[in-house]
Design a protein around this ligand. Structure first.
Ligand code: NAD
Length: 476
């Protein structure tokens, strides 16, 4: 399998202007396996200017049917190459191969959805009081900078790129420096599928070295960012200079609430993967569990048993459920949280150790008796760590569930429909799941309340976010 190793600018691969590269290390083996070009500020300028030219000289005015056709071709190419995309992701970030294949399919599905959306995304006619004819247009913005993280590199790259292109924008995509491979593959395959040169540029590189140049470039009209709350804040501050539009998908510390009237056995069996999937490196991880006291003990016992059954191992093995963490630094940061919990007397009921000598593995870890002011309860750990606490009454539990700066996701388990509706309204989060853990649907809006972000990815809401709304009035 040939690995992409160059920037993708103006429709073709090229080295960085200053010839810098980043070494990639396989998280499962700790061995370096590739060097990838790392873009400079000069590359950012070249890419943004090329994207702007591509927008002005054709993409924004392309007939909607033609844009649909090209985006469907991209989706087809992605499906044809799904196996290769999955292998790249596995090598690059240690994602279990079966999961990586699902995520490759998700990326293709996103392109299919937005290919169809091009001709279904409409303005309005408005009966203004003075008569005449008033209508709205949804117009493309120009160059969109899409900045994505390393935990779901391919699907997030697709769910920013596809709606932005469908709405008639050109895109400069910046993958995280740890995970450039599938974004580069996306650029290559999209152009092979007929995307005109310049419409999608891919610039791997360090956020600290090219982030400012990208976010503050005056031709960038919108920055769509997914990553940490800290960097999201910085991007919003920088974007304020040119009043560049931003959408931010940021961190989370989501609750998983189990009432005694629920099918709590099913909740206990399925909840481990709601926090440990992707080795806990998931913005939607349900890392704070609230379990009603009358079922707390049997629930915890069953949850621990289900966690013990999870298969941690080589990401190339089809049956592996949890691979290594993405980097040594990420594992060290999670281990610090576990050490802090131990130092405060928190009970580590399971895990906390390294299951393998090589590779950045970490056992799924279950904390009990956590203090509500402890770092493990309040901060996003971004690793395989869950804290489970009992609760006695709904109102107190909801106050505690909402006592967080974050508000991204969450689950509630109950058989009582009134309670399900009441709690769904009360939890302060952008997405919520009842009797399951599904947070992401291609067709539905995804995003956060509070410091979990602003704006929405996916669904038609994302298309709105990639357009300016114009009102046109025609006198009689
Ligand atoms: P990160 O914020 O460190 O990096 C995200 C991206 O921003 C990377 O491409 C990085 O290179 C870039 N970046 C870094 N500094 C920058 C700067 N100064 N200017 C511009 N870009 C810069 O996040 P991460 O560690 O890659 O990802 C983990 C975080 O992402 C977690 O907090 C997680 O919750 C969040 N996340 C959120 C969602 C969501 O949809 N809400 C989804 C996935 C991940």
């Amino acid at each position: 399998m040939e690995l992409p190793s160059l920037l993708f600018v103006d429709g073709s691969p090229r080295p960085a202007s200053d010839a810098r590269t980043t070494a990639l290390v396989n998280p499962a083996t700790e061995l370096p396996f590739a060097h990838v070009a790392a873009a400079s500020a000069a590359d950012v300028r070249a890419a943004v200017e090329s994207a702007h030219r591509a927008w002005e000289s054709g993409w924004r005015d392309l007939a909607p049917g033609k844009r649909t056709e090209i985006l469907f071709n991209v989706a087809r190419k992605l499906r044809e190459h799904a196996g290769e995309i999955a292998r790249l992701e596995m090598l690059n970030v240690g994602k279990p191969i079966a999961e990586a294949r699902d995520e490759a399919g998700l990326g293709a599905r996103v392109f299919e959805y937005y290919a169809g959306a091009v001709t279904k995304f409409c303005g309005q006619t408005i009966p203004v009081s003075r008569g005449g004819f008033d209508f709205t247009l949804r117009q493309s913005m120009g160059v969109v900078a899409a900045i994505v993280p390393w935990n779901f590199p391919f699907p997030i790259a697709c769910w920013k790129t596809a709606p932005a292109l469908a709405a008639g924008n050109c895109v400069v995509l910046k993958p995280a420096s740890l995970s450039p491979l599938t974004a580069l593959k996306l650029g290559e395959l999209a152009h092979a599928a007929g995307l005109p040169p310049g419409v999608l540029q891919v610039l791997p590189g360090g956020g600290a070295s090219i982030g400012d140049a990208l976010v503050t470039h005056p031709l960038v009209r919108k920055v769509s960012f997914t990553g940490s709350t800290e960097i999201g804040r910085r991007i919003m501050e920088l974007a304020a200079r040119n009043l560049t539009r931003v959408s931010l998908e940021l961190g989370g510390k989501s609750p998983n609430i189990v009432f005694a009237d629920a099918d709590w056995q099913r909740a206990a069996d399925s909840s481990p993967m709601s926090v440990f999937a992707n080795t806990g490196q998931d913005c939607c991880a349900r890392s704070r569990m609230f379990v009603e006291r009358s079922v707390y003990e049997p629930f915890v016992e069953r949850f621990l048993a289900a966690t013990r059954r999870l298969k941690v191992g080589d990401p190339a093995d089809e049956t592996t459920e949890l691979g290594p963490m993405v980097s040594e630094g990420q594992r060290a940061s999670v281990e610090e949280y576990i050490a802090d919990a131990r130092a405060r007397g928190t009970r580590v009921a399971l895990g906390g150790g390294r299951p393998r000598a090589k590779g950045w593995y970490l056992e799924p870890t279950v904390l009990l008796d956590v203090g509500k002011d402890d770092r493990c309860w309040r901060e996003e750990i971004f690793g395989p760590v869950v804290a489970i606490v009992p609760f006695d009454d709904e109102a107190t539990m909801l106050r505690e569930a909402n006592d967080s700066p974050y508000g991204l996701s969450g689950s509630v388990w109950t058989q009582n429909i009134s309670r399900a509706l009441r709690v769904s309204r009360a939890v302060q989060s952008g997405v919520l799941s009842v009797n399951c853990h599904n947070s992401v649907h291609v067709e539905a809006p995804f995003g956060g309340f509070k410091t979990s972000g602003l704006g929405r990815d996916l669904g038609m809401a994302a298309m709105e976010g990639y357009t300016e709304l114009k009102n046109v009035y025609v006198a009689d």
